[in-house]
Design a protein around this ligand. Structure first.
Ligand code: ATP
Ligand code: MG
Length: 416
């Protein structure tokens, strides 16, 4: 028996029926992100593993457990990108962009890879739409990004979402808070699983983000970072909130929001949709500030802030109530013995930039017209010997079922 192939677990095909929705998403993204002054960047899908270890953090779930990591034929340790920020930062540094312009506003979209347990809204290959701004430390930039995310969702018709906001303070503040958190959870070490104990050793703040049931009551009573913020971070955070109020963006403060990746400092935010369709995968967008990232990767001391959205989750939300516009060909050429002349006409019209379809299997005129209907063609012409001899044919409007006689010569002009 021949082997039957399937796509890998957690990796999906997007077939033509569904890809229209993706094109719509990407089109809206280009329009809205462009309106906010963002330019697209495209980076390779694989990078050195060390980039993600250093840029995202070895102790994070994403890098520690979920990476598609392997040796290439040259023995290089490389990984499929699990997220986009590290690559964008690498590109920014590699091309010394800070020497060319003081501010860079980039967006990207494309597949990301994480070896995760499959669930609704959680895949091993998924797509993110992300934005990164390099060069602006002011809270106005954080606010602008949040507005951008909302503008994009709104344009898609996704409005039932909420913004959760937190500040993680500066590096010093996080270090101090990290020790405080370690001390707190250490007194509860006996209830922690082995896994959680490892996190306690390596990166205790991440325990605040744990979804394990045993952790819920512990987390509820844990120290709160917002109460330990350094003064400058607090000022930044308050200004961000003031700006959001000015532009009527609603938010709730969530002091437990620590985000999965290590490089965040100061602002952290998530946009969440409480829709049953998404199950536990309710976070649409996660973002924040990572002023130390570029330096950490050997680059200049340039502040940065960004976010990433999961497009599959948006598709799940939209899929239920979007019917993409049917887009059939403008004209269908049915061949009733037109032979080479019909073939040449098809070629001529397409060279002229018109959307024309024909049934290359041939067959009866009736079956060809059926195909024209099925494709949603707007107009149809039946080409037989008579039409070719007289140079005139009936142009049928498929929607109104009316027809008129035209000269084949004038066809292009009429269709335009
Ligand atoms: P989660 O808490 O849902 O695991 P995360 O913190 O790992 O999210 P980020 O790394 O912040 O996610 O990625 C930003 C967004 O990308 C998420 O909010 C989500 O919409 C999307 N995303 C992340 N992982 C997946 C996945 N495995 N499948 C589909 N979308 C994902
Ligand atoms: Mg995750």
């Amino acid at each position: 028996m021949k082997q039957k192939f399937c796509s890998l677990r957690g990796m999906r095909d997007i077939l033509p029926g569904e890809s229209a929705l993706w094109q719509q998403l990407e089109g809206v993204a280009r329009e809205v992100f462009g309106r906010f002054g963002f330019e697209e960047i495209r980076t390779p899908i694989v990078e050195e593993t060390a980039l993600f270890e250093r840029g995202v953090g070895e102790d994070t779930e994403v890098v520690g457990k979920e990476m598609y990591q392997f040796l290439d034929k040259g023995g290089r340790d490389i990984s499929l990108r699990p997220e986009g920020t590290a690559s964008a930062a690498r590109a920014y540094i590699e091309h010394a962009v800070h020497q060319k312009e003081p501010v860079s506003k980039w967006f990207y979209t494309g597949p990301m890879f994480r070896y995760e347990r499959m669930k609704t809204g959680r895949y091993r290959q998924f797509h993110q739409l992300g934005a990164e701004v390099f060069g602006i430390a002011e809270p106005k930039q954080d606010a602008e990004l949040i507005e951008l995310a909302f503008a994009f969702l709104k344009k898609l018709g996704i409005e039932n979402v909420r913004l959760e906001l937190n500040s993680l303070g500066d590096a010093d503040c996080r270090r101090r808070f990290s020790e405080k958190t370690r001390a707190y959870f250490s007194t509860h070490r006996h209830v922690l699983t082995e896994e959680l104990q490892k996190t306690l050793e390596r990166n205790p703040i991440r325990l605040l983000d744990s979804k394990e049931e045993v952790m819920a009551p512990l987390i509820a009573a844990a120290p709160v970072l917002l109460e330990h913020l350094d003064e400058a971070s607090l000022e930044h955070f308050e200004e961000l909130q003031r700006l959001l109020r000015l532009s009527a963006v609603e938010f709730t403060l969530n002091p437990r929001l620590v985000r999965g990746l290590d490089y965040y400092a100061r602002t952290a935010f998530e946009i969440v949709a409480d829709d049953a369709l998404l199950g536990t995968a309710s976070t649409l967008c996660g973002g924040g500030r990572y002023d130390g990232l570029l330096e950490q990767l050997g680059g200049p001391c340039v502040p940065a802030v960004g976010f990433a959205m999961g497009l599959e989750r948006l598709c799940l939300l939209l899929g239920a109530n979007t019917q993409p516009e049917p887009r059939g060909p403008l004209l269908f050429l049915a061949d009733a013995g037109g032979g080479d002349e019909a073939w040449k006409l098809l070629s001529r019209l397409r060279k002229g930039g018109l959307a024309v379809e024909a049934d290359l299997r041939g067959g009866s005129v009736k079956s060809q017209l059926k195909r024209a209907h099925k494709l949603g063609a707007q107009y149809c012409i039946v080409l037989g010997e008579a039409e070719l001899q007289t140079g005139r044919a009936k142009l049928k409007d498929m929607r109104s079922s009316t027809e008129r006689e035209i000269a084949l010569e004038e066809l292009e002009g009429i269709l335009r």
